[in-house]
Design a protein around this ligand. Sequence first.
Ligand code: GLA
Length: 391
Amino acid sequence: MNIVNSIEKLFRETFHEEPLLFRSPGRVNLIGEHTDYNMGYVLPAAIDKAIYFAVTPRNDQECRLHSLDMNDMHVCSVNNPVPSEKGWPNYLMGVVDQLNKLNYRINGFNCVFGGDIPIGAGMSSSAAIEAGLAFALNNMFGLNIEKLELVKLAQRAENTFVGVKCGIMDQFINIFGNRDNVLRIDCRSLEYKYYPFAFDNISIVLFDTCVSHSLASSEYNKRREECGEGIKIIKNKYPECHYLRDVSVEILDEFRNSLDPIIYKRCKYVIEENNRLLKACVELEKGDLKSFGVYMNSTHEGLSKDYEVSCAELDFLAESVRNNSHVYGSRMMGGGFGGCTINLIDGEYTEEVRQELTEKYRQKFKIDLKTYITRISTGTGLITIQQDGSN
Ligand code: GLA
């Protein structure tokens, strides 16, 4: 039985009602890492791994939340969402809290959810839960909230209830994803542009280190602060520079000796990454994935050496395929400190590369590498189960 069917079945057994079903995808990001909260550009895509929700409204104010993956039920009130020590309900209750703050009146609801986005692998299962529930509640209670507002409230849910000061990328692509397209988002103006990404001979392959270092959320917030410190100093001299997005390499150079060396490196990475993304998009439009991949490789170097959010396992995976002519580009993806590398690989050779890397990785770290060949899918939406059980 597939996941949607299991969720629907569990819902019916628990609540004896017929639910509405929603699918909310994970994401990859081709290039543009740690640029979103610096108001720069990102290039993500929604993928074929997702969280599914089964929901019905209630007549009272109770939220009955059931996590299939945790095999746990959490009951709380819609009127008074408070963070729970259990952790997982916060991704949901943060959304309810945001709806309250925006004065949207909703009743309680029943919800069963679960999916196949690996947790801690950097495919943004958290945004899939937040944005997915925001979309589902909007639809079920007829709140008429615009898509962009859903994105923003889901992001704030993560910022406040979960405590990670994430940017807007993950929630944005979750709602706006389009099949066979990557999305370039300008994280300041929130303008966006779809780029077709369906090349017969290219696979988007994620190699999962299967490690998730505990530094992830504390160091993430620290990087944000470091970027903030850098821009504060630059702004003193260049008041038109509000974010690192506004700073050129030349301007940053003027601060080489006055900025703390760590802060300098962080700023340098972000400024270069924005420039790289814009150039990479030009290559994408030309269909030149070889050149696109070279930019991805440089991104990894920057994330590892200047931004320092990589780890030994990610470096090993990216470096091991660097000189393989069938791999166009490889880099760590997402926040860092574990999770996956994203790789563009000649489809015919994907299996060969996977086998070789799995072997090397096992020898080096005694860990079984996981591989996901992803397809670019559509963003969050209402789904139905067909007669044959597919969806
Ligand atoms: C996490 C955050 C995003 C983004 C990436 C790094 O996925 O949720 O907002 O900052 O890290 O690019």
